[in-house]
Design a protein around this ligand. Structure first.
Ligand SMILES: [Zn+2]
Length: 367
């Protein structure tokens, strides 16, 4: 791994490496950009480059090795979703009284602290910022620079005010990254004390090109599908579970076809009975619902004469067939019903039954 593995946004990456090379990494950096554009990945790469024990130079600029003790430990935070779930689970296992006082962090290196929004409110809380204040004025133990990464910019008011105090007098051996989809959410006083670097998503062509190199086992058709489904997010594209998506989509098509075209429900029941109770079933059902939404959107694109926006490009003929019986009104109705199923899931209604009910209720409305 090195900076050359980061896709797109070459200007932003160059700017950072240039600052690193001059020893002028800012103390507070707002890394802004849409979900999936690589904000978190880049901030971890920078944390590695700041602390790499071998400090390699590539193309005349600082890089990181990916193999030294610091790089390896920082890399353990790369899978943010898993580290976050582990932290949530660890807190769940605490005694009631401790639970309330424990805030969530991800930390795989003693000098690199990752601060995700704290559930259930999913906001950055004041106690999380307090941990930053408690540690930031100590020199790093094993790294050269302390690095703090706030993974979202949704601060509670008190937390934002506390952060502001740190930003007024940050030590020069620490850097704070504020990752933001919308930097406007941050206090103007926080913004004025930070430098803002904007990242953008990649085009479908750029992602297809990237996939051609990194997922050569996929056909051009599959790469094109994944590039569209990942909405410019290169990380999402590369780790895309195509087999799971196709299987979920097959079921989505069975449900929609059953609603729109067939009076025989055996196919429908065969598909829906595989959606069981429990966490696994829940995840599977959520995926299915997201996939149905995607197909409904594609039907709208076909309906409104903008087929170039369709994401499920590999099932164009299937979509064309469906659209003959699915007019705009039906799609809107189906989306409403789908939202009801989602609400039902939260109340834990039997999943396969609510999926069957969905298909059957859509049937009566078919044109
Ligand atoms: Zn290294």
């Amino acid at each position: 791994m090195s900076f050359s593995d980061f896709r797109g946004n070459a200007d932003a990456v160059h700017r950072f490496r240039d600052m690193l090379g001059r020893g002028r990494m800012p103390q507070s950096i707002i890394l802004a950009g849409p979900a999936g554009c690589g904000k978190y990945t880049l901030s971890l790469m920078l944390a590695k480059a700041m602390n790499c024990l071998t400090s390699p130079i590539t193309d005349g600029l600082p890089d990181f090795c990916g193999h030294c003790a610091n790089c390896v430990r920082i890399a353990q935070s790369e899978d943010l979703e898993s580290r976050f779930s582990e932290a949530v689970e660890a807190r769940e296992n605490l005694r009631e009284t401790d639970k309330k006082e424990t805030r969530l962090f991800v930390q795989t290196h003693p000098d690199v602290l990752i601060i995700p929004p704290d559930p259930p409110q999913m906001m950055i809380k004041v106690d999380q910022v307090r941990r930053v204040i408690e540690t930031i004025y100590y020199r790093p133990a094993e790294a050269k620079e302390r690095v703090y990464i706030f993974t979202e910019s949704c601060f509670m008011k008190e937390a934002a005010n506390s952060l502001l105090k740190v930003l007024e007098e940050p030590p020069d051996y620490a850097s704070i990254f504020l990752l933001a989809v919308n930097p406007g959410e941050l206090l103007p006083t926080i913004r004025s004390r930070s430098i803002l670097i904007q990242l953008c998503v990649l085009s479908i062509d750029q992602i297809e090109e990237y996939l051609a190199k990194h997922r050569p086992e996929w056909s051009a058709k599959q790469r094109s599908l994944v590039a569209r489904l990942s909405e410019g997010a290169v990380g999402r594209a590369c780790g895309f579970d195509l087999a799971a998506y196709i299987s979920s989509r097959d079921h989505a098509l069975v449900i929609l076809n059953s609603a729109l075209r067939s009076s025989d429900h055996s196919e429908l029941f065969k598909a829906t009975e595989t959606y069981r109770a429990g966490a696994e079933g829940r995840e599977k059902t959520e995926k299915l619902i997201r996939t149905i939404y995607l197909i409904l959107q594609d039907l709208l694109f076909v309906n409104s004469g903008t087929p170039e926006l369709v994401r499920n490009t590999d099932i164009q003929s299937e979509l064309q067939k469906l659209v003959q019986s699915a007019d705009f009104q039906w799609v809107a109705f189906a989306a409403d019903r789908l939202a009801e199923v989602e609400r039902g899931m939260r109340r834990n209604l039997l999943r396969s039954l609510s999926l069957d009910a969905l298909a059957v209720s859509l049937e009566r409305q078919a044109v």
